[in-house]
Write a protein that binds this ligand. Sequence first.
Ligand SMILES: NC(=O)c1ccc[n+]([C@@H]2O[C@H](COP(=O)([O-])OP(=O)(O)OC[C@H]3O[C@@H](n4cnc5c(N)ncnc54)[C@H](O)[C@@H]3O)[C@@H](O)[C@H]2O)c1
Length: 374
Amino acid sequence: MIRVGIIGVGNIASMLVQAVEYYRRVRSVDGLIHHAIGGYRVEDITFVYAIDVSRHKVGKDLAEAIFAKPNLVPRYVDVPKTGVIVRMGKVLDGVAEHMVEDFEPANEPEPTEKELVRELEDAKVDVLVNLLPVGSAKATRFYAEVAAKAGVAFVNCIPEFIASDPSYAKMFEEHKTLVLGDDIKGQLGSTIVHRALASLITMRGAELVESYQLNVGGNTDFKNMLEQSRLTSKKISKTMAVASTQPNPEEAAQSIFAGPSGYIPFLHNTKVAYIYLKARGFMGLPVTIDLKLVVDDKAMATAILVDVIRLAKALKDKGVVGAPDWASAFYFKYPPRQAKTDELALLELYLKLRELGIEIQPNRLYWWDYIARK
Ligand SMILES: NC(=O)c1ccc[n+]([C@@H]2O[C@H](COP(=O)([O-])OP(=O)(O)OC[C@H]3O[C@@H](n4cnc5c(N)ncnc54)[C@H](O)[C@@H]3O)[C@@H](O)[C@H]2O)c1
């Protein structure tokens, strides 16, 4: 069993809780990246703790709170009562001014750091997942410190630099636990597709001249990101994820735009991304790629989360501490160290897991046998 706590019972949390129930019932592994990590299957995830600040969620059983407004994820499966009552958190900068009417903070006393540390210890949480809105700089740091002090593994799904900040990596190491992050890179989302195309251009001897990635969607995540002042780290995270595939990432970043570009309410959780790349190819002649990608935004993130939660627990079992960069590069947009390609990130992960004696199945690198023989 993996005992999981959630911070921010929004749309991803809804998808995650339903996904665990779904895979438990269907007994299928379709759609999963890895079927088992360190012996853990998706149905081994159990929810033991949850925090939010919304009056529609605080005080409710997690199984009910995931369907409370403004969440939009449809009811894919009936989730039995969990016995986990959503706890009031600390608002800090989690709720932007223009989001007050959506998140509607509850009028309840906020907990202290000490209280939360004790609660995580009492609930025996193994892995705490940060799903706060973009721009929650103070709130993310507050909960990261709570997790570290409680000796809990922290999965940072949002573009606040925690795993990639050496001082936070050190804090987790000192408390003998670990952090994975930052900013989830969706299963087949715009970042990984954009990275793959940018890498391909370089591999085929052409040069990336300029590129953009425009993203629109219709959930609170996109509405929250209308506030430009909350987007600084999101833009860095998305831009560098693509630029890092290029020979000179800092220079390449000057000609890349990647970021949220609009809120269209009727899209709900459907995300539409327009990706444009212009390259200089053979004899200096131009090559242009224009691509439209349509995905369920929350499914993309959750497919990664079910891997990362199991990975965090498997690493914790083996005593891995700090911010292991090789564990985050395949799964996050802004890891402590970027890999040039996602195949390389996966190879590094597999090699390290083999060293630690952690089994992962199936092997998604078709050329693994060739490398392993070397
Ligand atoms: N593909 C993806 O969906 C994807 C990819 C990468 C990163 N992310 C990030 O993951 C995060 C979660 O996404 P989501 O769609 O579930 O968001 P959401 O808007 O649906 O949910 C956010 C939740 O956080 C709660 N909250 C606000 N302030 C809080 C506080 N101080 N303490 C506790 N709870 C608080 C809100 O009430 C809400 O329930 C976002 O930052 C998003 O950008 C998502």
